[in-house]
Write a protein that binds this ligand. Structure first.
Ligand SMILES: *[C@@H]1O[C@H](CO)[C@@H](O)[C@H](O)[C@H]1NC(C)=O
Ligand SMILES: *[C@@H]1O[C@H](CO)[C@@H](O)[C@H](O)[C@H]1NC(C)=O
Ligand SMILES: *[C@@H]1O[C@H](CO)[C@@H](O)[C@H](O)[C@H]1NC(C)=O
Ligand SMILES: *[C@@H]1O[C@H](CO)[C@@H](O)[C@H](O)[C@H]1NC(C)=O
Length: 185
């Protein structure tokens, strides 16, 4: 009986060691939980064909001798727009939307955009989202894909909508709302 108990204890220890040896690597296989984050914000775009103070979105290059505009095939535009929590430019800053776009349909209706949302707010300061897609710029809601991210948004993907809210012709000022839905770890 005493021997049996001893043997059982030894067996238990041996089995324990084996379990520890083989179960640790299994336990280490990372189990990530997928999180969903939704962000709603506004951005402020001041377009100009030429360099103008206070504009934030410029046509920088196009076909030589042709008219450049955001509606003209092949006009490359660069922008750096303020993103805020509310529709007022003075409301809390979320970050900046910065990148390039170019009309890529011959009639100028569709544009291709590549940009980043660079966060400077407290929640996501320093993190970025990479946004790209080709959209009908006159079709109302424009939907882009979020292809990746950095910082708090590493391994992110999702989608990004932009909808024009208002337009003020004298300064070519357009207010747009963005809604972002992300899946990340
Ligand atoms: C640029 O903005 C400043 C500050 O709001 C304003 O005083 C100035 O008149 C603006 N300039 C132009 C060209 O719109
Ligand atoms: C650029 O195109 C828009 C839309 O067609 C037009 O309203 C605007 O006047 C054009 N810009 C210039 C500088 O002509
Ligand atoms: C964001 O980070 C920068 C650089 O580290 C820092 O200067 C700034 O104060 C931070 N902003 C917020 C809102 O935390
Ligand atoms: C964006 O979000 C706002 C607030 O949740 C909502 O009212 C609006 O319909 C959304 N827009 C799109 C294009 O999903």
């Amino acid at each position: 009986m005493a021997i049996n108990i001893k043997f059982s204890l030894v067996l238990l220890v041996v089995v324990g060691i084996f379990m520890a040896m083989f179960s640790i690597p299994v336990a280490k296989a990372d189990v990530y939980e997928v999180k969903e984050t939704k962000i709603s914000a506004y951005f402020h775009d001041y377009f100009s064909v030429q360099y103008t103070p206070n504009a934030t979105d410029f046509a920088v290059v196009g076909f030589p001798g042709k008219y450049w505009n955001f509606t003209k095939f092949g006009t490359l535009c660069v922008f750096n727009d303020l993103v805020t929590e509310g529709p007022e430019p003075t409301s809390a800053t979320v970050g900046r939307l910065q990148g390039i776009y170019v009309p890529t349909s011959f009639n100028g209706n569709y544009l291709s955009m590549f940009c980043s949302l660079v966060f400077t707010n407290e929640a996501y300061n320093g993190s970025t989202l990479q946004i790209q897609g080709t959209v009908d710029q006159f079709g109302g809601v424009m939907e882009y894909s979020v292809t990746s991210g950095t910082g708090k948004f590493r391994y992110t993907n999702g989608y990004f909508t932009m909808e024009p809210i208002s337009f003020y012709e004298p300064t070519s000022y357009m207010l747009l709302r963005i809604n972002v839905t992300l899946k990340h770890f």
